[in-house]
Design a protein around this ligand. Structure first.
Ligand SMILES: Nc1nc2c(ncn2[C@@H]2O[C@H](COP(=O)(O)OP(=O)(O)O)[C@@H](O)[C@H]2O)c(=O)[nH]1
Ligand SMILES: [Mg+2]
Length: 725
């Protein structure tokens, strides 16, 4: 496995782990690249992809090169990615979507027919041998009979000669007058020459008769032999006819067996072809990918041909499929284009897209046969027209692809064209660069890093944009602060309610002090205790009034802050929604019950001053208290009179203090409302500012993070680019 692949996978994986802000679709894209690169690791095969516009003739070319019966049509046809390689037997398997094959080729069983065929072949041999043996025997018997006849004929000729010699001898012995010898025979005993002559005659006659008998016997024998020969001849003819008949019979059986075997083979071929059509044709139920094995393609084992749907197909999913296959698999691309309209713009654009993925690209200009005949029909010079078309193609490609490449002119349909195309590609297969695969992996790795860099660049832009957007968010917030002002009547209303409540409380509190003081005065039994008590009371009255004023001002502060909180929260009226701020205020609302929610930070300026204002009004009440007259005068009066005098003073003082508090609180109404509003605004501003700063810091930090990641990947990529295999 080339180092670049593992290096790229490691870089991408690490970056993905460190970048939780990557969006799901970006993550999916990077993970897809990782899978693509990873898949290439253990696959040594070189993939040659046939790409181009629909109907350019890609499938027809692959078909011509491999003999695989891929569906070809005048209309757009190929909808699946087809991987074709050499195998021991015809085979295909289809994958739909997931990576496990879902359908594969199961051939029809042709074993029975094959056995039949073998039997018929054996039977033919046996019958032929039997008939031949018989025929040979008959031939041999005939030959024997024939040679016997020949020999007998020779013997007969010899016997005929002997016979005629014997007859001549006999005639010679008899002389010219044979009849005389019967007369002379009586004289034979007297005359020795006659006797000798007579002996001679008798001897030659016997010899002659013997020879004649012999000849007659031979003639009979020859007749028999001839008859025998004739019989053998008949037998021979029968044997010959038998042999011919047997041969014919065996031949017939064999032909039948051959036919049913080839029918079975054809049925399988048809099945294979129709299944392929079903799996590939746009109009049927095409699979995603199909792997096809062919036993008789003349391509090297380590090469896979890839037929793809046209990249200008109307179906987006097919375009994507074709493109993904090219990205992931194509080590070498063959751009197929109709010679009659060579290299249209879509094809040229494809070249630009291919560049980062494809180390080697070549061009096949198809349908040369059609171009030739069309030129001929138009009365043009066909060869010139073709040369012209090729040079147009070459010129157009040149602007988009400057690496070395082949440009072939081919035809894919007629058998002789297919043969020529095959032989044209033969050299090409043999000369495929051995590092094509490694180079492609390298390119893909570099491209994947580039893609990640693009994603990071987009993130940097997004970060920068949202940094400037923080101001926009605060603009919005300030606009809402303006809205707060509109809440003034509401604030005043609530403040009035608060004041009324506090006034009531003040009255109650002072009333209860008054009660206590009066009880204390009334409880004095002597003038001495009365004096002491009154002196103490005068001191503590100031403290008590101060205490009440402080408590009230605390309540006022608390109440004002609550109003500020309620108004700021708006209780549904002013809600800061659609930006960061609303989230924060919701968070707060979640933490605290709405009715409890109050202004916590900052404080209400009114609250801080109220205490002072309230207590500064107290002087008059104290003077009223002191207005009870001098202690000596008091003590000179009878005890009961003194007590009622003091009590009177206490009542006046408390009344004055209540009045004083009420007046002051009434005067505070506007100021408090105003302060509530200001505080709310100030608080809003502070919070916005704080969050804005936090947000800015966060964004700046992550911007820095993305920038450093980008720089890191960029340098690693550059290193990878330098170390091209
Ligand atoms: N005469 C002729 N027709 C061809 C040739 N190549 C393809 N065709 C026809 O062009 C049409 C489209 O071919 P096909 O291979 O399906 O195109 P693809 O979409 O690029 O795969 C079909 O009707 C083919 O028969 C060729 O070399 N000569
Ligand atoms: Mg096709």
């Amino acid at each position: 496995m080339p180092n670049s692949a593992q290096l790229a996978i490691d870089i991408l994986q690490k970056a993905l782990n460190e970048a939780p802000w990557i969006r799901p679709e970006e993550q999916a894209q990077i993970e897809r690249r990782i899978v693509q690169i990873d898949k290439r690791k253990n696959d040594p095969r070189i993939f040659v992809a046939f790409i181009g516009e629909k109907k350019a003739g890609k499938t027809a070319l692959v078909r011509a090169l491999t003999g695989v019966p891929l569906p070809v049509a005048v209309r757009e046809c190929t909808a699946a990615i087809c991987e074709i390689q050499v195998g021991l037997e015809w085979y295909h398997e289809a994958t739909y979507g997931s990576s496990t094959p879902e359908r594969h080729f199961v051939p029809l069983d042709a074993q029975e027919q094959e056995e039949h065929l073998e039997d018929a072949q054996k039977n033919k041999k046996k019958l032929q041998k039997e008939a031949k043996d018989k025929f040979n025997l008959a031939t041999k018997a005939l030959h024997t009979a024939q040679s016997r006849v020949e020999r007998k004929q020779e013997e007969k000729i010899q016997a005929q000669e002997n016979c005629s010699l014997a007859r001549k001898e006999n005639q010679k012995a008899l002389g010219n007058n044979p009849w005389i010898w019967s007369f002379l025979s009586i004289l034979a005993w007297l005359i020795p020459p006659i006797r000798r002559r007579l002996d001679r005659i008798e001897e030659t006659t016997i010899h002659y008769e013997q020879q004649e008998q012999k000849l007659a016997a031979l003639t009979t024998e020859l007749t028999l032999y001839k008859e025998e020969e004739e019989k053998k001849e008949n037998e021979y003819t029968t044997a010959e006819e038998h042999q011919q008949k047997q041969n014919k019979k065996a031949e017939k059986i064999l032909i039948q067996a051959q036919k049913s075997y080839s029918d079975a083979i054809e049925a399988n071929e048809n099945k294979f072809q129709s299944e392929l059509t079903e799996l590939i044709d746009v109009h049927q139920k095409p699979a995603e990918r199909i792997t096809i094995h062919t036993p008789n393609a003349n391509i090297p084992n380590n090469i896979v041909l890839l037929d793809t749907p046209g990249f200008n197909t109307d179906l987006e999913s097919h375009r994507r499929k074709a493109w993904e296959a090219i990205e992931e698999l194509a080590d070498v691309c063959i751009l197929v284009s109709d010679l009659r309209q060579p290299m249209p713009d879509t094809a040229l654009n494809m070249l630009d897209q291919l560049e980062p993925f494809c180390p080697f690209m070549h061009v096949a200009l198809t349908k040369t046969d059609l171009a030739l005949s069309e030129a001929e029909e138009l009365g043009d010079n066909p060869l010139e027209e073709i040369e012209e078309a090729e040079s147009v193609a070459r010129a157009r490609i040149k602007r988009h692809w400057d690496r070395p490449m082949n440009i072939w002119r081919i035809s894919s349909i007629e058998e002789h064209d297919q043969k020529q195309t095959q032989s044209l590609f033969q050299d090409f297969w043999e000369q495929l660069p051995h590092n094509a695969r490694e180079l492609k992996t390298h390119l893909l790795s570099i491209h994947a890093l580039r893609e990640f860099m693009d994603i990071l660049t987009v993130h940097i832009q997004i970060h920068k944009k949202s940094l400037s957007k923080i101001d926009v968010a605060s603009d919005l917030a300030y606009a809402m602060a303006g809205q707060l002002e509109e809440q003034l009547p509401e604030i005043e209303h609530r403040t009035q309610k608060l004041l009324t409540r506090i006034q009531l409380e003040a009255t109650e509190k002072i009333g209860s002090f008054e009660q206590q003081w009066i009880e204390k005065i009334e409880g004095c039994e002597t003038k001495r205790t009365l004096k002491k008590q009154w002196e103490q009371l005068q001191k503590s009255m100031q403290q008590s009034y101060q205490g009440v004023a402080q408590e009230l001002s605390q309540q006022l502060d608390y109440g004002a802050r609550r109003i500020a909180g309620q108004i700021f929260k708006g209780e549904g009226e002013i809600e800061v929604q659609g930006n960061e701020l609303s989230q924060t205020s919701t968070d707060v609302a979640e933490k605290e019950d709405q009715s409890q929610w109050m202004w916590t930070a900052g404080g209400i300026a009114a609250g801080a001053t109220v205490g002072v204002i309230l207590s500064s009004g107290m002087a008059l009440s104290l003077i009223f208290a002191a207005g009870a007259g001098s202690m000596t005068r008091l003590l000179l009066s009878p005890l009961s009179k003194a007590k009622s005098n003091i009590i009177n003073n206490i009542e006046k003082s408390a009344e004055q203090e209540q009045k004083n508090l009420q007046e002051q609180l009434n005067n505070l109404k506007e100021e408090i409302s105003e302060n509530v509003l200001q505080a709310a605004e100030e608080e809003l501003r502070l919070q916005i500012q704080k969050r804005e700063e936090e947000e800015r810091k966060k964004q700046e930090d992550s911007l820095k993070e993305v920038q450093s990641m980008l720089a890191d990947i960029m340098s690693k990529r550059e290193e990878l680019v330098r170390n091209r295999p």
